[in-house]
Design a binder for this molecule. Structure first.
Ligand SMILES: [Zn+2]
Length: 636
């Protein structure tokens, strides 16, 4: 059921996995006016779910209402497209049901997040989820019925029934899939073979259960297990500790290399089977068709990243010289660079709100007003507690009410960035709910991280421009460069490997383990050049990256690179106060599913049909590396 619910956990999982978050070493920031009065003395610090339902009793009343919707959708089943009026009634009824379902589910889930140990709260979530499953099944006839209807007739319906005009983007998007629509027999056969089609992921999970890692010395003479300590070990200042931890992990996987090879080949063949069954000539066409992204966008990204691997190598060489290692390995990419003069900044939550007034000023008054309302009107749950969901941050829109933002404020730079990130999502969700009907409330993956990342970039740029402390600037630059290195180059490498293995299968060639390892090795050598000494163990990384696939489909990783590039473009233009940019940006982040993402970006002045946006982003990466080098020379 498309209930328009936004949970961004999956993207945060990815962000946490791919970003390097470095601890800073303790003084208060010189960026915050310590005498500033605070946004409001009466900030609630806890969200108020009473804006949705005043009590569990009120929730139950609506739950009964939703229960009574069961069976009613079937009255449209045999004659949904019998007339424009009947089609409109059917679609409107479905949307009303889904809107109520979204509200019930979101309220129940938010309550669980406040107390994850209270099983009675979880019980409500289970109850409503089960009911939604039933209603979802009852609605499942709608889209197939529309896909087999005469498309000219549907267009005539829209022309003759004014109420259907709001449904035009939805219907047009659906009809776009017509030539790729499976017959009901084929669809049911594929549904029956779900276990077979998910074999690669089941196998990867089974391999992970069998992994054995040798314990390693943590640098103090203690042997510790890899599980639960891996990130800490990789952040050790002792290169030997990092190396041992890395080798122990990779050896664990390498012992299963043949099984991993079979799992990857199976995953790629699954993609190819589904793409061909739906009439696509390649897996890339199939995957990008979903969000109407031209495949040229993906190719432009790979072209641009290939043209700029030298700047990545330059950054890696700086890393190598600061770490003082003879040769840099993949084990050395997570350790914070030793910048002995740097101090750890600590922030208070109220200070972060005052900072937001300055950082987000380029976005204009109306944006800031929403940010302030979020504080004063109890949209945000700020502080951790023993029973609260410990997730660092998420934003959820409850249509017709307002967004709710979960935080677990801990006074670090990461917490500060999280406030800006999640508020970016929240304001965008608020705008989408103002600009588009409930039906279009879901984001496109492709651009979902733009409003959040743009806020983070505005924060970093403000801090860089307003800090006099060169060490702090170095820490901020390193944080941003490493983040960009992952979003642009690491994801570029994985995406290029993804293209290579899918193309190999599409050409009818066998995906042998040896071919996969050799191909990844060649690609990694091209990206890292002589800056990193690759070992044969590293070659398994490509398989692990592709098998770690929470999306269940191919060619998704590049969207993070695209989102970063677009965010940076917007942030620069906002800071430069380009004419009309506030309006342009406001319109863009208010776009939901009624507009395709690449078209909306083009309308906002960012044309991914050309390489220009990516070129600009790589140029910026290069200038950040140069800035880092310059500052380093000044303090040495
Ligand atoms: Zn996000």
């Amino acid at each position: 059921m498309k209930i328009g619910k936004h949970e961004f956990r999956w993207s945060i999982v990815v962000a946490l996995a791919i970003l390097m978050v470095y601890p800073l070493s303790g003084q208060k920031s010189d960026l915050i006016n310590k005498n500033s009065p605070g946004i409001a003395k009466s900030i609630p610090y806890q969200w108020n779910l009473g804006h949705v339902y005043a009590s569990e009793g009120a929730w139950r009343k609506d739950f009964e209402k939703l229960k009574n919707c069961q069976g009613k959708m079937s009255s449209f089943k045999n004659d949904l497209v019998s007339s424009p009026k009947h089609l409109l009634e059917g679609l409107q009824y479905r949307d009303q049901v889904n809107l109520l379902a979204q509200r019930l589910q979101a309220w129940a889930e938010k309550r669980v997040q406040k107390n994850v140990n209270d099983t009675t709260r979880q019980y409500l979530v289970n109850q409503v989820s089960q009911l939604i499953g039933t209603l979802d099944a009852e609605q499942s006839f709608i889209e197939p019925a529309l896909l087999v209807a005469d498309s000219q007739m549907i267009q005539d319906f829209i022309a003759s029934e004014p109420g259907l005009v709001a449904y035009k983007p939805y219907l047009d998007d659906l009809l776009r899939f017509r030539s790729h629509h499976l017959s009901s027999d084929a669809a049911s056969l594929i549904a029956q073979e779900a276990n077979l089609l998910n074999f690669s992921q089941s196998m990867f999970e089974a391999i992970k259960k069998d992994l054995e890692f040798s314990p390693v010395n943590d640098g103090t003479g203690n042997l510790v297990p890899i599980a639960g300590n891996y990130i800490n070990l990789l952040e050790s200042g002792d290169p030997l500790v990092r190396k041992d931890a890395y080798i122990s992990r990779m050896n664990g996987y390498f012992a299963h290399k043949n099984a991993l090879g079979v799992a990857l080949a199976s995953e790629v063949n699954r993609d190819l089977f589904l793409a061909r069954a739906k009439g696509f000539s390649s897996c890339l066409d199939w995957s990008l068709f979903d969000e109407a992204v031209p495949t040229q966008v993906f190719r432009n990204f790979l072209g641009a990243v290939n043209d700029h691997v030298d700047v990545l190598q330059k950054w890696l060489n700086i890393r190598k010289s600061l770490l003082g290692v003879d040769s840099l390995t993949l084990a050395d990419l997570y350790v914070p660079l030793p910048l002995p003069g740097s101090k750890e900044d600590i922030y208070t939550y109220d200070e972060s709100l005052n900072l937001a007034n300055k950082v987000l000023a380029p976005l204009g008054e109306s944006y800031l007003k929403i940010f302030q309302n979020a504080q004063s009107e109890a949209w945000i749950d700020v502080f951790p507690s023993p029973e609260k969901d410990p997730w660092p941050g998420s934003a959820t829109m409850i249509y017709g009410v307002h967004p709710y933002i979960l935080l677990n404020w801990d006074s670090t730079l990461f917490a500060l960035k999280t406030v800006f990130h999640e508020m970016g999502h929240a304001v965008s969700l608020k705008y989408i709910s103002e600009d588009e009907p409930f039906l279009y409330q879901r984001w496109w993956y492709c651009t979902s991280e733009v409003p959040s990342t743009c806020n983070e970039i505005l924060l970093k740029e403000y801090m860089l421009a307003n800090s006099q402390d060169k060490f702090r600037k170095l820490v901020l630059l390193q944080d941003e460069i490493d983040r960009a290195a992952h979003l642009l180059f690491n994801l570029g490498l994985v995406s290029e490997f993804e293209l290579a293995v899918h193309t190999q299968a599409e050409q009818g060639e066998i995906l042998s383990l040896n071919w996969c390892l050799t191909t990844y090795h060649q690609l990694a050598s091209k990206y890292y050049g002589s800056a990193i000494s690759l070992s044969p163990l590293d070659d398994i990384q490509g398989l692990l990256d592709l098998l770690d696939n929470p999306w269940g489909t191919c060619y998704v990783r590049y969207v993070y690179s695209l989102g970063y590039s677009a965010s940076q473009n917007f942030a620069k233009r906002l800071i430069a106060n380009e004419p009309e940019i506030q309006k342009t940006y406001r319109r863009f982040i208010g776009r939901g599913r009624a507009h395709y993402p690449i078209e909306s970006l083009k309308e906002a002045g960012i044309d991914f049909a050309t390489s220009a946006p990516f070129e600009e982003t790589f140029k910026d990466f290069g200038s950040k590396v140069e800035q880092f080098e310059r500052l380093l020379r000044e303090i040495q």
